[in-house]
Design a protein around this ligand. Sequence first.
Ligand code: PXP
Length: 245
Amino acid sequence: MKRYVRLGINIDHVATLRNARGENYPEVSEAAKIVEKSGADLVTVHVREDRRHINEKDLEDILNIINIPVNLEIAANSEMVNIAIEYKPKFVCFVPENRQEITTEGGLDVVNNFDKLKKILKSFSNHNINIAFFIDPDKDQLIATQKLGVKTIEFHTGSYANAFLKKNNVELELKKITDSTTFANKLGLNCHAGHGLTYDNVSSIVSINDIVELNIGHFIIANSIFEGLENSILKMRKIISETIK
Ligand code: PXP
Protein backbone atom coordinates (compact mmCIF):
# COMPACT_ATOMS: atom_id res chain seq x y z
CA MET A 1 0.00 0.00 0.00
CA LYS A 2 1.17 3.50 -0.82
CA ARG A 3 2.54 5.37 2.16
CA TYR A 4 0.40 8.25 3.45
CA VAL A 5 1.84 11.45 4.89
CA ARG A 6 -0.60 13.45 7.02
CA LEU A 7 -0.83 17.14 6.28
CA GLY A 8 -1.48 19.72 8.98
CA ILE A 9 -2.17 23.25 7.85
CA ASN A 10 -1.07 25.99 10.19
CA ILE A 11 -3.48 28.94 9.95
CA ASP A 12 -1.72 31.34 12.34
CA HIS A 13 -1.12 33.85 9.59
CA VAL A 14 -4.80 34.24 8.82
CA ALA A 15 -4.92 35.77 12.30
CA THR A 16 -1.75 37.77 11.60
CA LEU A 17 -3.54 39.41 8.67
CA ARG A 18 -6.67 40.04 10.74
CA ASN A 19 -4.66 41.54 13.60
CA ALA A 20 -2.68 43.81 11.27
CA ARG A 21 -5.75 46.04 11.07
CA GLY A 22 -7.51 45.04 14.29
CA GLU A 23 -10.54 43.97 12.24
CA ASN A 24 -12.59 40.79 12.59
CA TYR A 25 -11.66 39.49 9.13
CA PRO A 26 -10.34 37.29 7.64
CA GLU A 27 -12.07 34.87 10.00
CA VAL A 28 -9.80 32.18 11.33
CA SER A 29 -12.66 29.72 11.79
CA GLU A 30 -13.62 30.15 8.10
CA ALA A 31 -10.05 29.27 7.17
CA ALA A 32 -10.26 26.19 9.40
CA LYS A 33 -13.41 25.08 7.57
CA ILE A 34 -11.65 25.41 4.22
CA VAL A 35 -8.66 23.46 5.55
CA GLU A 36 -11.02 20.65 6.52
CA LYS A 37 -12.89 20.79 3.20
CA SER A 38 -9.59 20.62 1.30
CA GLY A 39 -8.81 17.25 2.81
CA ALA A 40 -6.06 18.28 5.20
CA ASP A 41 -5.68 16.00 8.21
CA LEU A 42 -5.20 18.61 10.91
CA VAL A 43 -5.58 22.27 11.66
CA THR A 44 -2.48 23.52 13.43
CA VAL A 45 -2.35 26.73 15.49
CA HIS A 46 0.20 28.30 17.75
CA VAL A 47 -1.12 30.30 20.70
CA ARG A 48 1.91 32.44 21.49
CA GLU A 49 2.48 34.13 24.81
CA ASP A 50 2.12 37.56 23.18
CA ARG A 51 -1.04 36.45 21.24
CA ARG A 52 0.40 38.03 18.12
CA HIS A 53 -1.86 35.89 15.95
CA ILE A 54 -4.04 33.08 17.34
CA ASN A 55 -5.82 33.65 20.66
CA GLU A 56 -7.96 31.46 22.91
CA LYS A 57 -11.19 32.59 21.23
CA ASP A 58 -9.81 31.46 17.84
CA LEU A 59 -8.83 28.14 19.33
CA GLU A 60 -12.29 27.68 20.82
CA ASP A 61 -14.02 28.66 17.56
CA ILE A 62 -11.87 26.27 15.54
CA LEU A 63 -12.48 23.39 17.94
CA ASN A 64 -16.22 24.03 17.73
CA ILE A 65 -16.43 24.24 13.97
CA ILE A 66 -14.30 21.43 12.53
CA ASN A 67 -14.26 17.67 12.83
CA ILE A 68 -10.61 17.04 11.98
CA PRO A 69 -8.22 17.21 14.93
CA VAL A 70 -6.50 20.37 16.12
CA ASN A 71 -2.77 20.40 16.74
CA LEU A 72 -1.99 23.12 19.27
CA GLU A 73 1.55 24.45 19.41
CA ILE A 74 2.52 26.01 22.72
CA ALA A 75 5.52 27.04 24.76
CA ALA A 76 6.37 24.87 27.74
CA ASN A 77 5.03 27.00 30.59
CA SER A 78 2.13 26.78 33.02
CA GLU A 79 -0.04 29.42 31.34
CA MET A 80 0.02 27.51 28.04
CA VAL A 81 -0.36 24.13 29.70
CA ASN A 82 -3.53 25.41 31.39
CA ILE A 83 -4.88 26.53 28.01
CA ALA A 84 -4.16 23.13 26.48
CA ILE A 85 -5.82 21.31 29.35
CA GLU A 86 -8.86 23.62 29.25
CA TYR A 87 -9.45 23.33 25.48
CA LYS A 88 -8.25 19.75 25.04
CA PRO A 89 -7.06 19.64 21.42
CA LYS A 90 -6.19 16.14 20.24
CA PHE A 91 -2.52 17.05 19.78
CA VAL A 92 -0.16 19.41 21.55
CA CYS A 93 3.28 20.20 20.20
CA PHE A 94 5.71 21.93 22.53
CA VAL A 95 7.81 24.55 20.82
CA PRO A 96 10.43 26.97 22.13
CA GLU A 97 9.33 30.58 22.29
CA ASN A 98 11.25 33.77 22.41
CA ARG A 99 9.45 37.11 22.40
CA GLN A 100 11.79 38.86 19.99
CA GLU A 101 11.73 36.18 17.31
CA ILE A 102 9.74 36.60 14.11
CA THR A 103 8.98 32.89 14.01
CA THR A 104 9.99 29.75 15.90
CA GLU A 105 13.72 29.90 15.26
CA GLY A 106 14.95 26.56 16.51
CA GLY A 107 13.89 23.38 18.22
CA LEU A 108 13.03 22.82 21.83
CA ASP A 109 16.09 22.20 23.98
CA VAL A 110 14.88 19.02 25.64
CA VAL A 111 18.34 18.17 27.00
CA ASN A 112 18.71 21.36 29.00
CA ASN A 113 15.07 21.61 30.05
CA PHE A 114 14.67 17.97 30.98
CA ASP A 115 13.38 18.44 34.54
CA LYS A 116 11.07 21.31 33.63
CA LEU A 117 9.57 19.29 30.77
CA LYS A 118 9.22 16.25 32.99
CA LYS A 119 7.09 18.30 35.40
CA ILE A 120 4.99 19.72 32.59
CA LEU A 121 4.36 16.28 31.11
CA LYS A 122 3.01 15.11 34.47
CA SER A 123 0.17 17.65 34.20
CA PHE A 124 -0.90 15.97 30.96
CA SER A 125 -0.95 12.43 32.23
CA ASN A 126 -4.76 12.16 32.57
CA HIS A 127 -5.96 14.24 29.65
CA ASN A 128 -5.80 12.04 26.59
CA ILE A 129 -3.80 14.63 24.65
CA ASN A 130 -1.02 13.36 22.37
CA ILE A 131 2.21 15.21 22.98
CA ALA A 132 4.97 16.01 20.51
CA PHE A 133 8.20 17.99 20.84
CA PHE A 134 9.39 20.30 18.08
CA ILE A 135 13.13 19.66 17.97
CA ASP A 136 16.16 20.12 15.78
CA PRO A 137 17.41 16.98 14.04
CA ASP A 138 19.84 16.04 16.79
CA LYS A 139 20.60 12.71 18.46
CA ASP A 140 20.87 14.04 22.02
CA GLN A 141 17.51 15.80 21.75
CA LEU A 142 15.97 12.58 20.49
CA ILE A 143 17.42 10.52 23.31
CA ALA A 144 16.20 13.02 25.91
CA THR A 145 12.74 13.05 24.30
CA GLN A 146 12.51 9.28 24.43
CA LYS A 147 13.66 9.27 28.08
CA LEU A 148 10.75 11.55 28.91
CA GLY A 149 8.34 9.05 27.39
CA VAL A 150 7.23 11.39 24.60
CA LYS A 151 6.35 9.31 21.54
CA THR A 152 6.35 11.91 18.78
CA ILE A 153 8.74 14.54 17.54
CA GLU A 154 8.44 17.15 14.83
CA PHE A 155 11.73 18.02 13.18
CA HIS A 156 12.34 21.73 12.65
CA THR A 157 13.03 21.97 8.91
CA GLY A 158 13.90 25.67 9.01
CA SER A 159 17.66 25.19 8.47
CA TYR A 160 16.95 22.90 5.52
CA ALA A 161 14.48 25.45 4.07
CA ASN A 162 17.04 28.26 4.42
CA ALA A 163 19.74 26.12 2.84
CA PHE A 164 17.36 25.34 -0.02
CA LEU A 165 16.71 29.04 -0.57
CA LYS A 166 20.40 29.93 -0.54
CA LYS A 167 21.32 26.80 -2.52
CA ASN A 168 23.97 26.14 0.08
CA ASN A 169 24.43 23.02 2.25
CA VAL A 170 21.10 21.55 1.20
CA GLU A 171 22.43 17.98 1.16
CA LEU A 172 24.01 18.45 4.58
CA GLU A 173 20.80 19.79 6.15
CA LEU A 174 18.78 17.06 4.50
CA LYS A 175 21.17 14.40 5.74
CA LYS A 176 20.75 15.66 9.31
CA ILE A 177 16.99 15.16 9.01
CA THR A 178 17.28 11.81 7.24
CA ASP A 179 19.80 10.41 9.75
CA SER A 180 17.82 11.75 12.68
CA THR A 181 14.65 10.17 11.33
CA THR A 182 16.39 6.80 11.09
CA PHE A 183 17.70 7.20 14.64
CA ALA A 184 14.30 8.36 15.94
CA ASN A 185 12.72 5.33 14.34
CA LYS A 186 15.14 3.05 16.18
CA LEU A 187 14.09 4.78 19.40
CA GLY A 188 10.46 4.07 18.52
CA LEU A 189 9.54 7.71 17.94
CA ASN A 190 7.00 8.94 15.37
CA CYS A 191 8.51 11.58 13.10
CA HIS A 192 6.80 14.71 11.85
CA ALA A 193 8.40 17.68 10.13
CA GLY A 194 7.67 21.32 9.51
CA HIS A 195 8.78 24.91 9.12
CA GLY A 196 9.55 26.81 5.96
CA LEU A 197 8.17 24.11 3.67
CA THR A 198 7.02 25.16 0.20
CA TYR A 199 5.96 23.55 -3.10
CA ASP A 200 9.62 23.59 -4.16
CA ASN A 201 11.31 22.15 -1.10
CA VAL A 202 8.71 19.76 0.33
CA SER A 203 9.50 16.73 -1.84
CA SER A 204 12.88 15.94 -0.30
CA ILE A 205 11.28 15.87 3.15
CA VAL A 206 8.36 13.75 1.97
CA SER A 207 10.87 11.32 0.44
CA ILE A 208 12.20 10.47 3.89
CA ASN A 209 10.40 7.22 4.49
CA ASP A 210 9.57 7.52 8.16
CA ILE A 211 8.21 11.05 8.11
CA VAL A 212 4.50 10.56 8.70
CA GLU A 213 3.23 14.12 9.08
CA LEU A 214 4.01 17.60 7.81
CA ASN A 215 2.85 20.91 9.26
CA ILE A 216 2.88 23.77 6.80
CA GLY A 217 1.69 27.32 7.38
CA HIS A 218 3.27 30.49 6.12
CA PHE A 219 3.78 29.44 2.52
CA ILE A 220 0.25 28.07 2.15
CA ILE A 221 -1.39 31.17 3.61
CA ALA A 222 0.85 33.46 1.51
CA ASN A 223 0.12 31.49 -1.66
CA SER A 224 -3.61 31.67 -0.92
CA ILE A 225 -3.52 35.34 -1.90
CA PHE A 226 -2.91 34.25 -5.48
CA GLU A 227 -4.49 30.83 -5.73
CA GLY A 228 -6.95 30.61 -2.84
CA LEU A 229 -6.59 28.53 0.32
CA GLU A 230 -8.32 25.41 -1.00
CA ASN A 231 -6.29 25.32 -4.24
CA SER A 232 -3.05 25.93 -2.34
CA ILE A 233 -3.75 23.01 -0.01
CA LEU A 234 -4.85 20.73 -2.87
CA LYS A 235 -1.69 21.55 -4.80
CA MET A 236 0.51 20.82 -1.77
CA ARG A 237 -1.31 17.54 -1.26
CA LYS A 238 -0.79 16.64 -4.93
CA ILE A 239 2.95 17.31 -4.70
CA ILE A 240 3.20 15.22 -1.54
CA SER A 241 1.25 12.34 -3.00
CA GLU A 242 3.15 12.41 -6.31
CA THR A 243 6.44 12.33 -4.40
CA ILE A 244 5.49 9.13 -2.58
CA LYS A 245 6.35 6.18 -4.78
N1 PXP B 1 5.57 23.31 12.90
C1 PXP B 1 5.83 24.04 13.99
C2 PXP B 1 6.04 23.30 15.28
C3 PXP B 1 5.86 25.45 13.94
O1 PXP B 1 6.13 26.14 15.06
C4 PXP B 1 5.60 26.08 12.73
C5 PXP B 1 5.61 27.58 12.65
O2 PXP B 1 4.70 28.09 13.53
C6 PXP B 1 5.31 25.29 11.61
C7 PXP B 1 5.33 23.90 11.71
C8 PXP B 1 4.95 25.88 10.29
O3 PXP B 1 5.99 26.62 9.77
P1 PXP B 1 5.72 27.52 8.50
O4 PXP B 1 4.72 28.55 8.89
O5 PXP B 1 7.06 28.10 8.18
O6 PXP B 1 5.21 26.61 7.42
